[in-house]
Design a binder for this molecule. Structure first.
Ligand code: HEM
Length: 408
């Protein structure tokens, strides 16, 4: 090994089980560090709050997917270079910079405002009630399978009018695409997903309904009209966001309540705390660990570090959200702390479009679960398995015991 060779910290599979411990150690050392991710990609990981917030909003960190592939080739240290799963899945707003980003985002923002989303409340409540009716009377329940997964996926499939019957295929592809699998499997899932969505776009073109997806396909303003690949990518982004995120707001949230009985008791005693609790679920153990790919278009100084041009920069939202510099006692789960300021939905122009929907689903799911059942954990925390993804922080299963609550 040459004198100048720097040995980078390699994050192993243990990172998936407990990223928080590794982030805490990294925050002590600096604002950002170069690391090798578990599947071999060299990136800069931003771990402190101020620098994370800056990096999320600074245009010198580009998200333009056309620049990704050469960087994958340059920074991958494993055997076969990962790439975009399928080109036609890539042209979505989270992979573009303004002005193209603004053009794509404008088409959906109106559908997801807090006011529009509030109109979905009765339907979200109904789906939640039906899902919980189905497990009432059972003692051993996997909360992911029973509630956390089916609720958000049913809602987003209804909003886009996508057949629920296809959801097992879709879930499998989606999990592979965000789950850090081998490049071959990612490619295969990407091709299958793109083919499926392409048919769906054709179907919406021929048989429009009054759903959001049909509205986007048929947007009449010439400047707004999306090409076939942009339509596929838009559907992909909305459906994957619907599959992979809110499930873990509910799953991680209930998991943390069960691990902190004093917090669960506080919430039961004062139900007005529920919106605060949702914000604390997001801050303490949010669904997105590392935000999506960004890369430097020039040398950028971030805190005490200069990141050269042409490097991948991943912002760890999970780490920023536990930074004591911003959140006193950041490693403590406290549903009574003043809400706000966390980065779980990102920051800047790419701030999550679905935040109001996710919050509403989270509140209805957790509120109704606690109203109807006494919930206790049915597994030791160390036996629970976390998803092997650097993007998503979520449990494979959450075994609980449910006891129907009597009238109080
Ligand atoms: C608790 C649940 C959710 C969390 C934690 C979450 C988190 C995030 C984050 C962190 C980003 C920005 C990523 C980055 O800058 O790299 C983002 C963007 C986005 N999210 Fe969510 N999300 C959630 C639910 C949803 C839902 C339900 C939808 C569907 C409507 C959605 C749609 C989007 C879209 C379209 C973007 C891209 C926005 C843009 O590029 O301008 N999200 N989300």
């Amino acid at each position: 090994m040459g004198e100048n060779t720097v040995v980078l910290e390699a994050l192993g599979d243990e990172y998936f089980q407990d990223p928080h411990a590794i982030h805490a150690a990294m925050r002590v050392k600096g604002a950002a560090r170069q690391v090798v991710l578990p599947r071999g990609l060299k990136v800069w990981l931003v771990t402190r709050y101020d620098e994370a917030r800056t990096a999320l909003a600074d245009p010198r960190f580009s998200k333009d997917y056309t620049g990704f592939q050469p960087l994958f080739e340059r920074h991958y240290t494993g055997e076969s270079t990962p790439g975009l799963a399928d080109q036609s899945l890539a042209k979505h707003m989270l992979n573009t910079d303004p002005p193209n980003h603004s053009r794509l985002r404008k088409l959906v923002t109106k559908a997801f405002t807090a006011r529009r989303v509030e109109q979905l409340r009765p339907r979200i409540q109904q789906i939640t009630d039906e899902l919980l009716d189905a497990v009432a009377g059972q003692r051993d329940v996997d909360l992911i399978e029973a509630l956390a997964f089916p609720l958000p996926i049913t809602v987003i499939c209804e909003l886009l009018d996508v057949p629920l019957s296809d959801r097992d295929d879709f879930r499998r592809w989606s999990n592979i695409l965000v789950g850090g699998y081998e490049p071959d499997r990612i490619q295969e899932a990407g091709t299958a997903m793109a083919g499926y969505l392409s048919n769906l776009v054709d179907d919406k073109r021929a048989n429009p309904g009054d759903d959001i997806f049909s509205a986007i396909v048929h947007a009449t303003d010439d400047n707004d009209r999306l090409d076939h690949e942009e339509l596929i990518a838009m559907a992909f982004l909305l459906l994957v966001a619907g599959h992979e995120t809110t499930v873990n707001l509910i799953g991680n949230g209930v998991h943390n309540l069960l691990r902190h009985p004093d917090q669960l008791a506080a919430l039961r005693a004062d139900r007005t705390l529920l919106p605060h609790a949702i914000e604390e679920f997001l801050r303490y153990d949010g669904p997105v660990n590392q935000a999506t790919f960004r890369y430097t278009t020039e040398d950028v100084t971030l805190g005490d570090i200069t990141i050269p041009e042409g490097e991948f920069v991943l912002v760890s939202l999970s780490s920023a959200n536990r930074d004591d510099r911003r959140f006193p006692d950041g490693e403590t789960f406290d549903i009574t702390r003043p809400p706000g300021g966390h980065l779980a939905f990102g920051h800047g122009v790419h701030y999550c479009v679905g935040a109001p929907l996710a919050r509403l689903e989270g509140e209805i799911a957790v509120g109704t679960l606690l109203d109807r059942f006494d919930v206790t954990s049915a597994a030791e925390p160390e036996t629970l398995q976390w998803r092997a993804s650097t993007l998503i922080r979520g449990l494979h299963t959450l075994p609980v015991n449910l006891e129907t609550r009597g009238p109080r």
